[in-house]
Design a binder for this molecule. Structure first.
Ligand SMILES: [Zn+2]
Ligand SMILES: [Zn+2]
Length: 276
């Protein structure tokens, strides 16, 4: 389809089916400017908050976008939890000091609060699988912000148990990385050296859902739930684990324990949002 036909098609579908906010269901205002809703050139130096706005404006209304909260320093230098006090430097939180983690650092662009909880729910359970692209791009923007691209060798999405995979039809963490190469092809970004490996870890035990469990129960529930499929791919490698949400970190910590135990150089964690 030519660009003009694509634009006409988009204007027509918007007129017949005006888009609604995924969260509050209010009609979305037509985009400002005269570019017919087509994205303007991406400014990679823009703040995370501006990137969030750019990526989510097709799906959320102004009020709901304003309800998304970017994670900002000061935060825990290990698990990335933002501190209540907005003053001072990053430092290790009490939890990471008393229970050292198997991963080196964990970071997320957003706080897991009401609006974003709904967005994730739409993505994972309500068939809004098209969110994989903007959410995947948000993850990529966060990766650029928190890591030097040459500091990671292998990206490993946290696996789902085959039973859960069959129920849901997709692994939400893997899908978030699927468009990375396409996105970087359209941006002044080169991540061609970064390998996404989906066959490194396997979730061998179908654990009970972690929701509703406390920190200790989550850690006990997930212990031993993963197996390593391909040791050769992780030995001496610097690994970035990817998951959708960081709650207590029990799942990614268990994956990191296994990877480090089998010879990974170190493991870092990137998720879309983290609970506070
Ligand atoms: Zn809304
Ligand atoms: Zn911490």
């Amino acid at each position: 389809m030519s660009t003009t036909v694509k634009k006409l098609y988009k204007i027509l579908t918007r007129t017949i089916f005006p888009p609604k906010c995924l969260v509050c269901k209010s009609f979305l205002n037509p985009p400002e400017g005269d570019n017919d809703g087509f994205p303007e050139a991406v400014d990679l130096s823009a703040s995370l908050q501006i990137q969030v706005e750019r990526l989510m404006s097709e799906y959320l209304c102004r009020d709901c976008i304003d309800g998304l909260i970017a994670v900002e320093s000061p935060l825990c230098s290990c698990c990335g939890m933002p501190f209540e006090s907005r003053h001072g430097l990053d430092h290790r939180c009490g939890e990471c000091s008393t229970s050292p983690k198997n991963f080196r650092i964990a970071r997320a662009p957003l706080i897991y609060e009401q609006v974003f909880t709904e967005v994730i729910h739409c993505y994972k359970y309500n068939g809004k699988i098209q969110l994989a692209r903007p959410l995947g791009e948000l993850l990529l923007m966060a990766f650029r912000l928190f890591w030097d691209k040459d500091s990671i060798d292998v990206v490993v999405p946290v696996p789902l148990h085959i039973k859960r995979l069959r129920e849901r039809g997709f692994n939400q963490a893997l899908l978030l990385t699927r468009y990375w190469q396409t996105i970087t092809g359209q941006l002044p970004l080169d991540l061609s050296d970064l390998q996404v490996e989906n066959d490194v870890l396997v979730r061998s035990i179908p654990t009970a859902p972690q929701s509703g469990l406390g920190r200790k129960q989550r850690a006990a529930n997930i212990k031993g739930a993963f197996g390593l499929l391909d040791k050769a791919k992780i030995i001496d490698k610097r690994i970035l684990l990817v998951d959708d949400v960081y709650t207590t970190g029990a799942t990614v910590d268990e994956c990191a324990r296994l990877l480090v135990h089998h010879g990974a150089a170190h493991v870092d964690v990137l998720s879309l949002a983290r609970a506070v």
